[in-house]
Design a protein around this ligand. Sequence first.
Ligand code: AHM
Ligand code: MG
Length: 336
Amino acid sequence: MSEAHQTLREVLLDPEKNPGLDRDLIFLLEDIATACRIISHLVRNGPFAGNLGEAGSVNVQGESQKELDVIANDVFVKHCSNCSAVAALVSEEVDEVYWLKDDPDSGDYLVYFDPLDGSSNLELNMSVGSIFSITRLNGPIDAGDDRSVLRPGAEQVCAGNSVYGPSTSLVLTAGHGVDGFTHQRGTGEFRLTSPSMKIPVETAEFAINASRYKLWDAPIRRYFDECLQGVDGPRGKSFNTRWIASMVAEVHRILTRGGVFMYPGDAGNRADGGKLRLMYEANPMALVVEQAGGRASTGTERILEIQPTSHHQRVPVILGSKSEVEILGRYHCEAD
Ligand code: AHM
Ligand code: MG
């Protein structure tokens, strides 16, 4: 097997690729990969189990839950709980912080996850995925004090996501670049298929839900309008658009061929802070994108530097190719 097809474990144990990963973190990442394998199987067999539909419940954010949202959450909780060094879990689908340890130690981990991102796509047989983020405790904390999990994204020691598409992929960063793995049918292993992923700096593709045009602020309208003017407009080139309504799939496309993804703050979501959640959607995707050479911003600040004030906090998200995110930042400055 060539180096390009190393197993996930071989890559995690490779001190050149991933220096300083302790055994607990490697076990935790392998448990997360197992959770993703199981969820992939559940998604693919959803039509037989009849569990692609609504669960009849709403999560803490007031969004209706799919049966698979709830099941995927249980799978993540079960597998993250295997690791004795995990102090607490924060899930999109659960209101409270889930404390696993009564007496967390320095060096223990906090895991944040969206067990099934893009789940509105489930009945459509379109790509969905799981997102995860891990921080490490640097000193003693009180178990049960939910403020302890409010850590800026810059403190993440690891982040990544899976995509359940035509194949099941896993993208991972431990702060030394981004590696992409594919679940190999037959062996059941995640194997390295996209080492050291790099987002092209220049791009001519962007993704935004344009049905919200009337709600956008001036800088986003300006960017959108200028891109649509193509070669005759100020950008001087034609742009392509995409909107999958599944951030994991959009980020995977951006990691592969560049582009920019936007779910900005707008008149419809500003009261909530935005649409996407900071700690288990924006932060992990921002770390992956930055580690692949891209940028991630709210339009006015770097996502990884935001100090969270609540564990289900939402933020505006603009991420992807460096050049486009910087242009959008400039448009926000100029509008100020
Ligand atoms: P979810 O975690 O409940 O699936 O919500 C997040 C998803 C993102 O994956 C996607 O970018 C966005 O919601 C789509 O929103 P919209 O339906 O407003 O276009
Ligand atoms: Mg999500």
